[in-house]
Design a protein around this ligand. Sequence first.
Ligand SMILES: NC(=O)c1ccc[n+]([C@@H]2O[C@H](COP(=O)([O-])OP(=O)(O)OC[C@H]3O[C@@H](n4cnc5c(N)ncnc54)[C@H](OP(=O)(O)O)[C@@H]3O)[C@@H](O)[C@H]2O)c1
Length: 262
Amino acid sequence: MDNALVMEGRYAVVTGSTRGIGRAMAGVLARHGCNLVVSSRNPGDCEAAAKELAAEHGVRTVGIACDVSVRSAVCDMFEEISEWSEGRLDVLICNAGFPLRDDIFNTPLDATPADKLEEWYLGVFRTDTMGSVFCTYEALPLMLARGRGSIIYVSSIPALAGYQGAPYTVAKAGILGLMKDIAREYGRSSIRANALALGNIRTRATYDLLDAATRRLFAEQAPLQRWGLPEEVAEAALFLASDKSGFITGQTLVVDGGVVRW
Ligand SMILES: NC(=O)c1ccc[n+]([C@@H]2O[C@H](COP(=O)([O-])OP(=O)(O)OC[C@H]3O[C@@H](n4cnc5c(N)ncnc54)[C@H](OP(=O)(O)O)[C@@H]3O)[C@@H](O)[C@H]2O)c1
């Protein structure tokens, strides 16, 4: 298989792809010849990223603004996608996630204010988990019609090992349940589903918000003693998106520098 254009002519949607990990995934897929739907909540950012990718890699791109936590917005986005790609969709990457918030992400359950309990848990769940459900629901008919597809969910190592604040852990574990179900149910239609469980990856949402001591502490959690780069996650996503992982489904690929070792 030609390494240079392993995704040539394919069509992919990456949610949350205007910056960070999603943007790197879009870049790597485009570099390998994949046509792309770039998406986030900000229309200007979507358009700018889509234009950049098309100019840099010579693939077809479109930017579509969509808040994945809003069901009607996801429906509208997929209607537009279907028209744009003439019904083709080979890859869906559910990457958009609730923005990191220290209070929501780092408060143990017993310390969570009673009046925030539902808001915090349902807020993260709605974006990360239901956003993935909504996108998968709309993508499945397109993939089923063509008898193929690869869906990649973006989870996190707290879903495997626990953490100090459960809203994020619960939402990211829910994504793994969704992934297993889709893999089991749609394997017979040649639709694969896998997940990435990420450790500390250097983005604006994480690294850029921390002081030097905390950055160092997080780096030292990993046997590799450093933060991961969005491009390293993107290479793992490329593998799961492409036919090179054709017999792999229902799996969680941990990309964390070795923190989780089972
Ligand atoms: N970085 C890490 O260390 C790390 C570790 C584990 C897991 N993850 C997961 O990796 C994914 C990407 O994280 P990142 O660090 O790359 O974050 P990021 O740099 O903040 O990028 C997030 C992207 O998602 C978009 N987005 C946010 N909320 C959205 C929504 N409701 N609907 C649609 N798009 C939305 C953002 O654009 P707008 O804000 O303009 O919409 C942006 O394009 C997330 O699912 C995150 O939980 C990251």
